[in-house]
Write a protein that binds this ligand. Structure first.
Ligand code: PMP
Ligand code: GLN
Length: 389
């Protein structure tokens, strides 16, 4: 790999994120972007109106470092309402600049040189970068297609005396896997045995179609060692607002806040007011959002199957992973780089989320958080591939 000038050693190899690369291809006139995971419609009007009102009301200066009290209270109520968890809004909730900052601040504050962090691959791209910025090393356990299960022995072997953090994402991007209670029990057992902190990215918690979302923190012995991370961008379809949060026991939240205050200090003052409104919306909003995305999952997955892809139907998230082998292709990166030119569609090669690139070589990810008309257009364009084999 060519070295980038000026870039510190620990960040060598982290070029431009795949999402930015693929969205750049999508600016070609007429391209349909099923690459980067952002909705193409706004979230609830009550929430955007609340943001406008907050600006009008003058909430335009620095909010408090942990986040405004009404949002922290709303987060605590939301966790109690949906997950049965209890967090003290004053000491156990921290508002962050998206889940991304919560993840980075967690890695920077909890781990450092000489430490190891265990995670599953494919992994969300900021995990590898966050671990690298902290100076720790990652140990990766492969989720193997088609069901994205893992080998328990491989996971057990990844834990060593140096392991500091287990970084988990459920529901999982990019595979759409929802970890089962049995899998989580196994993971929890290893965290307890090795006295390891769990950082759990639950940004897709409201997008579970099959199975059940179980927070790792609710398993016996885990509440006191788990930091749970969420994103208003993903819950309310306002990804550009960058409001996220981390919940956990006070010592963990305090550690993460220590790093966070020197990353952004604070962020999104008026948006914090609006998300407090969003978290208190009725069940009709949350149920409606899940149902809407479930219908889009079916629409896209059925269409991709008809277009000749081997679709690995997601249980959650708004991403569908496909194997491109039936279309005569063997490398997802080549496939995704050529796709905008071939048919005017943008997708993301899952391979870039693996250390063991062979395990993800033939997998590509399509986002279905898009208008039905956009999904239909993408399917129609992709259908040409089969005919042109
Ligand atoms: N974790 C996962 C698994 C994601 O897919 C994303 C993208 N939204 C993030 C974290 C980052 O969330 P945010 O945009 O709130 O920083
Ligand atoms: N989380 C989004 C995805 O997985 C992208 C966010 C980003 O571009 N960093 O597609």
């Amino acid at each position: 790999m060519t070295q980038q000038p000026f870039l510190a050693d620990r960040l060598q190899g982290f070029g431009t994120t795949i999402f930015a690369q693929m969205s750049a291809l999508a600016v070609k006139p007429g391209a349909v972007n099923l690459g980067q995971g952002f909705p193409d419609t706004d979230g609830p009007i009550e929430v955007s109106e609340a943001a406008i009102q907050a600006i009008r009301d003058g909430h335009n200066q620095y909010p408090p470092v942990p986040g405004i009290p009404s949002l922290r209270l709303a987060v605590s109520e939301h966790r109690a309402r949906f997950r049965g968890q209890r967090f003290d809004p004053d000491s156990e909730v921290l508002i962050t600049a998206g889940a991304t900052e919560a993840l980075a601040a967690a890695m920077l504050s909890l781990t450092g040189p000489g430490d190891e962090d265990v995670t599953f691959e494919p992994y969300y791209d900021s995990y590898a970068a966050g671990i690298a910025m902290s100076g720790a090393q990652r140990r990766v356990v492969t989720l193997r297609a088609p069901d994205f299960s893992f080998d328990p022995d491989e996971l057990a072997a990844a834990f060593t005396a140096k392991t500091k953090v287990l970084l988990l994402n459920t529901p999982h991007n990019p595979t759409g896997k929802v970890f089962t209670r049995d899998e989580l029990t196994l993971i929890a057992g290893l965290c307890i045995k090795h006295d390891v902190v769990a950082v759990v990215d639950e940004v897709y918690e409201h997008l579970v179609f099959d199975g059940e979302h179980i927070p790792l923190a609710t398993l016996p012995g885990m509440a006191e060692r788990t930091l749970t991370i969420s994103s208003a961008g993903k819950i309310f379809s306002f990804t550009g607002w960058k409001i996220g949060w981390a919940c956990g026991p006070e010592p963990l939240v305090t550690a993460v806040r220590t790093a966070k205050q020197f990353l952004t200090f604070v962020n999104g003052g008026p948006f914090q007011h609006a998300i407090a409104v969003g978290l208190r919306l009725g069940d009709d909003f949350f149920d409606g959002y899940t149902a809407e995305m479930a219908a889009k999952r079916t629409r896209l997955c059925d269409g991709l199957e008809a277009a000749g892809f081997d679709v690995l139907r997601p249980q959650g998230t708004y991403f569908a992973t496909c194997d491109i082998t039936p279309l005569g292709d063997t490398d997802g990166v080549d496939f995704c780089l050529a796709l905008p030119q071939r048919v005017g569609v943008v997708a993301v090669p899952s391979q870039v989320f693996y250390d063991n690139t062979d395990a993800g070589r033939r997998l590509v990810r399509f986002a279905f958080c898009k208008k039905d008309s956009v999904l239909d257009e993408a399917i129609e364009r992709l259908s040409v591939l089969k005919a042109n084999r």
